[in-house]
Design a protein. Structure first.
Length: 338
């Protein structure tokens, strides 16, 4: 079979990214332009600033990736692009560039669901073995997805309120730790101990998650300690908060794998960059005899290489429907419409 080069664009949130991946697994070139500095002063992503920054950066990223790969557009077999979910103005920038490139150069256009992209980041690590369970943890998502085969997605559980990354970012804000909160809490937690009595979030028999109660418990604890004139030990609070989250994520993921009789776990999404979560799931999988796959940290947070990897498989299955040619701020990941 001929080699296939997929060029992908990812602009769903606050990273402008363009990448070229060969045959769905080999990263040829990748550019990720983070907008952290633009949004830092506001303590979160400002949608208007995000779309304007994508518009400013995207042509530079595109040219850079082609130069780094030493390829021209005529060498590209398909353009993959994130169509949703995400910030609508940001998605539109990537989608319009992708449409223009595809139309002008007569290249197939493959719309990719952002979560399918996160999952396929693991294919950049090793050929994904099936069936598998994917734990997707990011700023916008917390989902357990069962995959029988390539591009077959069955959501078996998800968050009922906040996404796990959202909870990290909010708690970091409560503790005045800066933005984005996930990596900072990750570091601070390593210096602390489990000295705060926080509740375990939705520790039940379902595969669903809930993090807003835990976030409220942290809010109340900070408030009460301040009223009593006590100082908060931020390292300990970060540790206790993170421990509750990791315990419940790990427990439910392993249980889901046992019930669905799956031996392969992929951990993906921005929060998959978390060192303790990676460690905990690696150990639990080792104990159970499960195969554990996690992308390198740079491919956990938003990037276009993961979209290119997913796009390769979507292209093979001819999943290039017209309805997907429009940006969608909210959309479920299902097998039927992929
Ligand atoms: O996947 P991503 O880049 O964007 C979304 O699709 O949401 O994920 C970003 C999220 C943010 O909430 C960020 O705080 C979190 O991932 N994150 C982390 C870590 N690195 C990034 N959370 C915990 N520990 C980390 N090391
Ligand atoms: Zn993401």
């Amino acid at each position: 079979m001929n080699d296939k080069y997929i060029l992908a664009l990812e602009t769903s949130c606050d990273e402008t990214s363009v990448a070229i991946v060969k045959n769905g697994y080999q990263e040829i070139a990748s550019v990720i332009m983070s907008q952290v500095n633009e949004h830092e002063a506001y303590g979160g992503v400002v949608p208007e600033i995000a779309s304007r920054t994508h518009e400013k950066n995207i042509t530079w990223a595109l040219e850079k990736v082609l130069t780094d790969a030493n390829l021209r557009l005529k060498d590209i077999d398909a353009i993959a692009v994130t169509y949703g979910p995400g910030l609508i103005g940001s998605l539109l920038v990537g989608l319009m560039v992708a449409k223009t490139l595809a139309w002008l150069n007569d290249i197939p256009l493959v719309p990719v669901h952002h979560i399918a992209g996160h999952i396929y980041a693991s294919n950049l690590e090793t050929k994904m073995p099936f069936p598998l369970m994917a734990l997707v943890v990011s700023g916008g998502h917390t989902e357990l997805i069962y995959m029988k085969e390539d591009y077959s997605f069955e959501k078996i559980g998800g968050t009922l309120d906040d996404a796990v990354g959202e909870a990290y970012d909010k708690v970091a804000r409560l503790l005045d730790l800066g933005y984005p909160g996930g990596p900072i809490i990750d570091q601070r937690a390593q210096k602390g101990d489990d000295n705060y009595d926080l509740p375990y979030p939705l520790d039940d028999d379902s595969f669903n998650f809930s993090f807003s109660g835990l976030k409220s418990a942290v809010t109340n604890l900070i408030h009460n300690e301040k009223q009593r004139g006590n100082t908060i030990n931020k390292d300990d609070l970060a540790h206790s908060f993170q421990k509750r989250i990791i315990d419940v994520l790990a427990k439910k993921t392993i249980k889901a794998m046992q019930i669905y009789q799956v031996n392969n776990l992929v951990l993906v999404g921005g929060v998959a960059a978390n060192s303790s979560l990676r460690e905990e799931l690696k150990n639990r999988c080792q104990n159970e005899g499960f195969h554990f796959i996690v992308p390198k940290v740079i491919n956990c947070t938003d990037n276009a290489a993961m979209i290119a990897a997913a796009g390769y498989f979507a292209l093979q299955l001819n999943h290039c429907f017209d309805e997907k040619m429009v940006a969608k701020s909210v959309c479920e990941l299902t097998s039927e419409n992929e």
